[in-house]
Design a protein around this ligand. Structure first.
Ligand SMILES: [Zn+2]
Ligand SMILES: [Zn+2]
Length: 491
């Protein structure tokens, strides 16, 4: 997707201006927020989540600050061209400083969608508009299993219209310039509705007017469940800057693939892992993972692994990344951002001596080379493991060549080179002295100590004395995530 190039010389201004304007626009959304279909309970929830300093903004903040009036104006008029969909309420909150895609909270439960164009702009031939809409939808269908089929009468999932001023949905258009279009999120009353302001000068592929292809591709992103993002150069940025043809930034792509997964494989190739739904040959898709990560201070982690010398904690589709004991910026993050198609949750994970990363869920496993999926889902029975799920995987020994799988007080020795356990009959985990029989996760640190997690506790295991160290268990939260130690701690 390296087709798009920014116009020469346009980049610095195009980047600076939207930033300034974004700050301005964030002071007006109280009006927009109220206008956006208040009866929808889900949307109300979104509007109230997180700190929303601009909700307190007095009406006077609607006047542009003097500095902004001197800012370079877009060539097309005094109002910055932008999308009419309000920015997510936590646009400036801590979470959004990660500059990543933002989900509306809904998505389509089917992947084969129909669309219909109700009215057309006067400047363009109908056939051009049809072609443009098809291309704009293709931007999204290229990277997902989604398909779009145009219908010419009756109901369609997606209803595209060119309308003017008030048009029946509480989000009136404003004549030329300003708001260009808006679309409604899935799982809301008007899901599938995509409206374009008829009064814009719609063009295709030039900057003499408003490029329909780019605006349509952006609105279709909303229609599919993406909110505005602050990520750089994203199609889902709220501000319109001309570049043709539109392409997805990595952030846009992560967002849409988070909702719908990767494209269906060609019939001849091996299916890539699509998580729990892989191989299910229907139009139905599973519910999205929760967007808000669990609290690292409260959770019992699913899996922990040292990967490329860093420590990764997994829980419910999210990953925490620690380097040198420090949680890295941008984390917790969705684990699928590193490992596309990774199932959620994972039961266990480890990195073998070749640098392959193995993940386990239920009776299946997946293998990645770095972030590239190379195998999976594949049955655990291939590894000689007849019982599932496994609860933890430990890399052990100075050569990192001993792998142990743990489950219900049992453990197996596994050989990555032959990809088999040495005996399908497990040994008793009591060999690991001082470690509880049931564990959730295990890993080895750089000094060769093993760690075993159970609930919110962990044990540190001495490789020389071959037993748990004195003073354990301790709490994972305070030791790894600087959580406050509870007052009634037991040690
Ligand atoms: Zn938008
Ligand atoms: Zn509308």
């Amino acid at each position: 997707m390296a087709r798009a190039t920014r116009l020469p010389g346009a980049a610095p201004r195009a980047l600076l201006l939207p930033l300034l304007l974004l700050l301005l626009m964030l002071s007006l959304p109280p009006l927009l927020a109220r206008a956006l279909r208040p009866p929808d309970p889900h949307h109300r929830h979104l509007m109230r989540r997180g700190p929303q300093p601009w909700h307190e903004a007095p009406p006077s903040s609607l006047a542009p600050p003097p500095a902004l009036q001197e800012a370079p104006q877009p060539s097309r008029g005094p109002r910055p061209p932008r999308c009419g969909v309000p920015d997510p309420p936590d646009g400036l909150s801590a979470r959004n400083r990660q500059k990543r895609f933002v989900l509306s909270g809904g998505r389509w439960e089917k992947t084969d969608l129909t669309y219909r164009i109700l009215r057309f702009p006067w400047q363009l031939l109908r056939e051009q508009v049809r072609q443009t809409m098809a291309e704009a939808l293709q931007v999204w269908s290229e990277v997902t299993p989604l398909t779009f089929t145009e219908v010419y009468e009756g109901d369609a999932d997606i209803m595209i219209d060119f309308t003017r001023y008030s048009h029946g949905d509480d989000l009136p258009f404003d004549g030329p310039g300003g708001i260009l279009a808006h679309a409604f999120f899935p799982k809301t009353q008007r899901e599938g509705d995509v409206h374009f302001d008829y009064d814009e000068t719609w063009t295709i592929g030039d900057n003499q007017g408003t490029d329909l292809l780019q605006v349509a591709a952006h609105e279709f992103g909303h229609m599919l469940g993406l909110q505005h993002t602050t990520a750089a150069k994203a199609l889902m940025s709220p501000f319109y800057t001309f570049h043709y043809p539109p392409t997805l930034s990595p952030d846009d792509r992560s967002g849409i693939q988070h909702l719908y997964g990767q494209p269906r494989p060609a019939p001849t190739s091996r299916p890539p892992a699509l998580g729990p739904q892989a191989g299910v040959d229907t139009n139905e898709i599973a519910l999205p993972e929760p967007e808000v990560p669990p609290d690292a201070c409260e959770v019992s982690f699913d899996a922990v692994s040292t990967i490329r010398g860093e420590l990764f904690f997994f829980k419910a589709g999210f990953v925490w990344r620690l380097r040198g004991g420090q949680l890295q910026p941008g984390y917790p993050a969705l684990a699928s951002r590193h490992w596309q198609g990774l199932p959620s949750p994972v039961d266990a994970a480890f990195e073998d001596a070749q640098g392959h990363i193995w993940f386990f869920q239920g009776a299946q496993y997946w293998m990645y080379d770095g972030e590239k999926p190379i195998l999976g889902p594949a049955p655990l029975s291939e590894l000689g493991l007849l019982e599932s799920p496994i609860h933890a995987a430990l890399v052990w020994g100075p050569e990192k060549n001993k792998i142990y799988f743990f489950r219900d007080g049992d453990y197996w020795r596994f050989h990555p080179s032959t990809r088999r356990v040495d005996n399908p009959v497990p040994r008793r985990a009591t060999d690991w002295r001082g470690i509880p029989s049931e564990i959730d996760a295990a890993f080895q640190d750089a000094d060769g100590y093993a760690y075993f997690l159970r609930g919110r506790l962990y044990w540190k295991f001495d490789p020389v004395k071959v037993k748990a160290l004195e003073g354990f268990p301790r709490l994972v939260g305070p030791d790894f995530f600087s959580c406050k130690e509870p007052a009634n701690t037991f040690h």
